[in-house]
Design a protein around this ligand. Structure first.
Ligand SMILES: Nc1ncnc2c1ncn2[C@@H]1O[C@H](COP(=O)(O)OP(=O)(O)OP(=O)(O)O)[C@@H](O)[C@H]1O
Length: 246
């Protein structure tokens, strides 16, 4: 469904992504993990059209999307829940959700989308007319996911849904993500800080470190966590450096 090949992204002299490839099949939940600064948010932003690549290709259902504008990519069925959520805090929950419906043609289809989001997020329905800034962190994360759903995506990229949330709240966010996957057949690519959580929820895992993809595998083959940790921390390379120094 989504295919990224040989992606390179630069910020001035810094190469944030180097030769990065990844694929997500329809119906899969794929988690991307990696240390801070690895380039995960850059990869998500680049797929969603917010950052330009210097090399490589991104295709959705076989059609090239790299170089297209974010709203064109959203129209193709890909929606991003950005890192930090980007909620408009002075607007109400309803207004934030309606902003996500920029592609809908008429009032009826916007209302239908709103009803659908409310069904998945009863807490947002209760706080419908409250300002988004008055919501708790978990509720704001749910609002960000709800807003992304308003475009009617087939695949959703969720950038660090756990950020700053207590484990119990993260559990609730994942419960909702998993119910969206099951009930709406939504394909998910999630940037997840916790490798344990990634291994629990994903079909497949990617580990990105220092702008390069270090590991790809099926979650069921990686359950002991060892290969993931090696790729995450670069243990093998450290040992090589240590041996060379002796
Ligand atoms: N707009 C920008 N301009 C310049 N450098 C940037 C910009 N955005 C990110 N970077 C740099 O690119 C690299 C990758 O950052 P990115 O935010 O993609 O990593 P990340 O894996 O998402 O990290 P984190 O988990 O901390 O968000 C880092 O070195 C970061 O400092």
């Amino acid at each position: 469904m989504l295919k990224v090949e040989g992606l390179e992204v630069r910020y001035g002299r810094l190469t944030a992504l180097r030769g990065v490839s990844l694929h997500v099949e329809r119906g899969e939940t794929v988690c991307l993990i990696g240390p801070n600064g690895a380039g995960k948010s850059t990869l998500f932003a680049c797929i969603a059209g917010g950052v330009s690549a210097t090399h490589g290709s991104v295709t959705l259902d076989g059609k090239r999307i790299a170089g297209r504008r974010p709203e064109q990519i959203a129209r193709s069925g890909l929606s991003l829940v950005p890192e930090g959520r980007n909620i408009f805090k002075t607007l109400t929950v309803e207004e934030n959700l309606r902003l996500g419906a920029f592609m809908a043609k008429d009032r009826e289809s916007i209302q239908a989308r709103l009803d659908e989001v409310m069904a998945h997020f009863p807490r947002l329905a209760e706080r419908f007319r409250s300002s988004a800034g008055s919501l708790s962190g978990g509720e704001q994360q749910m609002l960000a996911i709800g807003r992304a759903l308003m475009t009617g995506p087939r695949i959703m990229l969720v950038d660090e849904p756990s950020l700053g949330l207590a484990p119990k709240i993260v559990d609730q966010v994942y419960e909702i993500l998993m119910s969206l996957r099951d009930e709406k057949a939504l394909t998910l690519l999630i940037n997840e800080q916790s490798s344990k959580r990634a291994l629990r929820h994903a079909n497949r895992i990617y580990v990105l470190r220092s702008g390069e993809m270090r590991l790809e595998g099926r979650a069921e083959d990686l359950q002991d966590g060892e290969a993931v940790m090696r790729a995450y921390f670069g243990f093998d390379e450290r040992r090589e450096v240590g041996e060379a120094a002796q």
